[in-house]
Design a protein around this ligand. Structure first.
Ligand SMILES: [Zn+2]
Length: 267
């Protein structure tokens, strides 16, 4: 599951490659937009909202504004290539979208929820999103309020709910809870300091903005970038206890049973 910082980085890479450019060719390989032709349109900007990517376009007369929406989910990716590069290295059947300008080729692989809508209504494309951890309008108080509105939900599940706060995936969820010493199945209303959990999630994502290696430990060395995420059966970096893992659908959680003791269930 791509985390908010990966989506933010992707949007920035697309923005740098395409914004200000005029589309010279477009190829929509998704049934709902088959035959769509945006040649002549200008890319105004590309932004992320939580895990959604919004590519904003203006028509040749600058009278009409459209937003092209895509979502990476588990397996999607955008790649940018210089003109003339051998970009079709990955299987062609995974390609959903190709956008060309004179300066760059942007290829979207395995994208989800590809949609086009008037920019004035782009909010409808992203659904009900909570405050964006990496957005210009980040509002920690509102994020805490929305989380607290689900008092009986486990904190691990609550942090993934993009309608409470947008941007946290399995990696940051696991790492934040480890660093705060909170067991993943603690109900939200029993988490000792919810504002500090939210603040730390934002700091960790923001620290990794602008680079593709995600580190919560401060180390960028392979195998040393996380405390618990991806480390099942390995010793906790703090106490030596073996890290545990639980999996449910696309959700996966890692934790240290000693540093993150289970909440008291006797009450
Ligand atoms: Zn530990």
């Amino acid at each position: 599951m791509p985390e908010g910082d990966t989506v933010w980085n992707t949007a920035r890479a697309l923005h740098r490659a395409l914004s200000g450019g005029r589309l010279t060719a477009t190829d929509f390989r998704v049934p709902q937009l088959a035959g769509t032709d945006l040649v002549g349109w200008t890319v105004r900007d590309v932004v992320s909202r939580g895990k959604h990517i919004l590519l904003r376009l203006a028509d040749p007369t600058n009278a009409q504004r459209l937003t092209l929406h895509s979502h990476l989910r588990m397996d999607g990716a955008w790649r940018v290539y210089p003109p003339g590069a051998r970009w079709a290295a990955r299987p062609a059947h995974l390609i959903r979208l190709v956008l060309r300008t004179t300066d760059a080729i942007a290829v979207g692989y395995h994208l989800h929820e590809v949609a086009l809508a008037p920019t004035a209504r782009e909010d409808e494309l992203v659904g009900r999103l909570g405050p964006d951890l990496l957005g210009p309008d980040w509002d920690p108080t509102e994020a805490v309020r929305r989380l607290a509105a689900h008092p009986d939900t486990s904190i691990a599940e609550a942090l993934l709910d993009q309608s409470s706060l947008a941007g946290v995936g399995n990696l940051y969820k696991s790492e934040v809870l480890f660093l705060r010493g909170v067991h993943p199945w603690t109900p939200v209303n029993a988490v000792p300091n919810l504002p500090s959990v939210v603040a730390l999630a934002q700091r960790l994502l923001a620290a990794n903005r602008g680079r593709w290696v995600q580190s919560t430990t401060g180390s960028l060395h392979r195998g040393q970038t996380t405390y618990v995420y991806g480390r099942r059966g390995q010793p906790c970096r703090r106490c030596g206890m073996l890290v545990e893992k639980a999996e449910q659908d696309e959700r996966v959680t890692y934790w240290c049973p000693r540093c993150q003791p289970a909440p008291d269930r006797t009450h």
